[in-house]
Design a binder for this molecule. Structure first.
Ligand code: GTP
Ligand code: MG
Length: 225
């Protein structure tokens, strides 16, 4: 079965993506802090839950419910009934949360419309400076491999966010997690801040679409573009 598209609801981003996020694979959002990655995850999650499908949301930042309130308004309680939210406190808990989400999606008892891991590299980054760096790499690889397999098996889009590090050689911002994250993600969107509430999204990788850019604005009730 060819992949379907899940509209994000942000017009400019949906046009850039040829209709929306692909089911069956991972879409990676990377970019500097405050560039809008979490807000896009929540925007899509809100749409999916509003349509009655389940959102499996792994939130390492612990901010999602407050932000979701601005998007969902009075319908927050109804939207949350379709959310399975986990807030892991370390890389090990994150691995278990992702495994649970994947198992639920594959089990098929509930109609799952979206899996989100925001951020997939927060705890990974914290582990990099310690003695358990290899373990962190292994944990991230296993987590992503499981998400790839689940997207395909359950025909569900997977959104993961990724933070950046500054390459001191040329000053560029690079996604964390090295080539592995970039390899497993079939679609990669880079987020950049523009003045004020404006943000730019660049389609860096897609299996069938050319590179391109889109802009959107952050407003009090969500993203407009
Ligand atoms: P990190 O998780 O730190 O990497 O950032 P991110 O890319 O996930 O950024 P996020 O989606 O959290 O976007 C945050 C940006 O949206 C910041 O610039 C906030 O100031 C802005 N923002 C968040 N909520 C609102 C809101 O309700 N109204 C407005 N106008 N801006 C908001
Ligand atoms: Mg974020």
């Amino acid at each position: 079965m060819p992949p379907d598209r899940l509209a994000t609801g942000v017009g400019s981003i949906d046009r850039l993506l040829g209709g929306g996020l692909e089911t069956d694979s991972i879409t990676e959002l990377y970019g500097e802090g405050g560039s809008g990655k979490t807000l896009l995850c929540l925007e899509v999650a809100h749409r999916v839950a509003r349509e009655g499908r389940w959102v499996l949301y792994v939130d390492t930042e612990g901010v999602s419910v407050d932000r979701l309130r601005s998007i969902a308004g009075d319908s927050l309680e109804r939207i949350l009934k379709r959310f399975l939210l986990s807030t892991p406190k370390n890389l090990e808990e994150e691995g278990r949360a992702v495994a649970t989400a994947c198992a639920l999606a594959r089990e098929g008892k509930r109609p799952v419309g979206l899996i989100v891991v925001d951020s997939a590299t927060f705890y990974y980054r914290l582990s990099l400076s310690g003695a358990d760096e290899d373990d962190a790499r292994t944990a991230l690889s296993l987590e992503l491999a499981e998400l790839v397999a689940t997207a395909l098996a359950a025909h569900v889009p997977v959104l993961v966010t990724n933070q950046v590090w500054r390459n001191l050689r040329d000053g560029t911002l690079e996604p964390l997690g090295g080539s592995f994250v970039n390899h497993v993600a079939k679609t990669i969107l880079r987020f950049d801040r523009l003045p004020g509430a404006r943000r730019r999204v660049t389609l860096v990788k897609h299996r069938s679409l050319p590179e391109g850019t889109a802009e959107f604005r952050i407003t009090d009730s969500g993203l407009e573009g």
